[in-house]
Design a protein around this ligand. Structure first.
Ligand code: AMP
Length: 295
């Protein structure tokens, strides 16, 4: 029984639908064709995302001041839970792409509300113009009103955990080009049975309209087909820190802290780019500074 079948049978005793999945990370997804972001969208009063959602052709933030760590993993891998802990201990600002999209969807007058709703329900990747613009705007406003007054946030500096992003190659490349080059990727890996168990548990109380049978199947498939190639891309660049997130939360977090501490320490003792080695990663010379130097 595949994990997709298990998702289906966990929600209903109906016979499995004809949906299929692929474990080939380079398979061409048939379901990820995206709608174009409207070029002349209807008028909106509140403007969290500008109507044209145009992205800059050069980086908006200085990578020597603004540190970005991408946090990836399948749905239910524990990204949000671990990010919450990191925020407390290391003064990161946590930005979840999914949360920003849900907020934008719920914002009265949003030009993209309907489009986002449809993509989320289908477990598809929302067009990059919208997602990246939301992230860029959230980063700008965080830098304008820093979450605290610690060294990490003085003089235009900031450190962000960007969770659930990039989920598709175009986003990865465009974010680096138009927002800021990321430092590395924290990748939470676990097996699909554990992901499934966690999502089913969360679905009892989350109230999320994508924690249902059909959406979970689609989200799993999108992750394997569209998001894993992003992890593989960064892995080839030596920018992936992979953590097994199967154990209990605190055990996982101990490992996360070790990895983050190594990088914090290395950024304060090295002036050049880091080339740390761990069992699962080695940072590339091409990477942005691991963390903006503290004053
Ligand atoms: P999450 O809250 O991370 O589980 O994401 C929920 C849904 O939001 C996903 O299934 C996608 O439809 C959408 N979404 C989240 N992150 C992204 C992203 N980086 N790019 C496009 N769509 C996204």
């Amino acid at each position: 029984m595949t994990v997709i079948d298990k998702v289906k049978s966990a929600f209903t005793s109906d016979s499995p639908e004809t949906t299929t999945t692929s474990t080939q990370s380079n398979a061409t997804p048939s379901h990820t064709e995206e709608k174009n972001v409207p070029s002349h969208p209807k008028e909106s009063n509140a403007k969290s995302v500008p109507e044209t959602a145009v992205l800059s052709d050069k980086a908006v933030f200085d990578q020597n001041k603004v540190t970005v760590i991408f946090v990836l993993g399948g749905p239910g891998a524990g990204k949000g839970t671990q990010c919450e802990k990191l925020v407390n201990d290391y003064k990161f600002k946590h930005l979840s792409a999914g949360d920003l999209l849900r907020e934008e969807r719920n914002r009265p007058g949003s030009t993209y509300g309907e489009l986002i709703t449809e993509y989320i329900r289908e477990g598809k990747i929302v067009p990059q113009e919208v997602t990246i613009k939301l992230l860029e705007n959230a980063m700008s406003s965080t830098l304008a009103s820093p979450p605290n007054t610690t060294n990490e946030w003085l003089n235009g500096k900031g450190r962000f955990l960007i969770d659930g992003f990039p989920r598709k190659m175009d986003q990865a490349l465009k974010f680096d080009e138009s927002v800021v080059k990321s430092s590395f990727v924290l990748f939470f890996s676990t097996n699909e049975n554990i992901l499934l168990e966690r999502l089913l548990e969360r679905g009892k109380t989350s109230g999320r309209d994508d924690d249902n049978k059909e959406s979970i199947v689609k989200r799993f498939r999108t992750f394997v087909e569209t998001s894993m190639p992003v992890v593989d891309y960064y892995r080839k660049l030596g920018k992936v820190v992979e953590i097994d997130s199967s154990p209990p939360i605190d055990e996982v977090y101990e490992k996360v802290k070790i990895e983050i501490d190594q990088r914090l320490n290395s950024s304060s003792t090295q002036t050049s780019n880091t080339t740390q080695s761990t069992s699962t990663t080695n940072a590339s010379n091409d990477a942005a500074p691991i963390l903006a130097p503290a004053i």
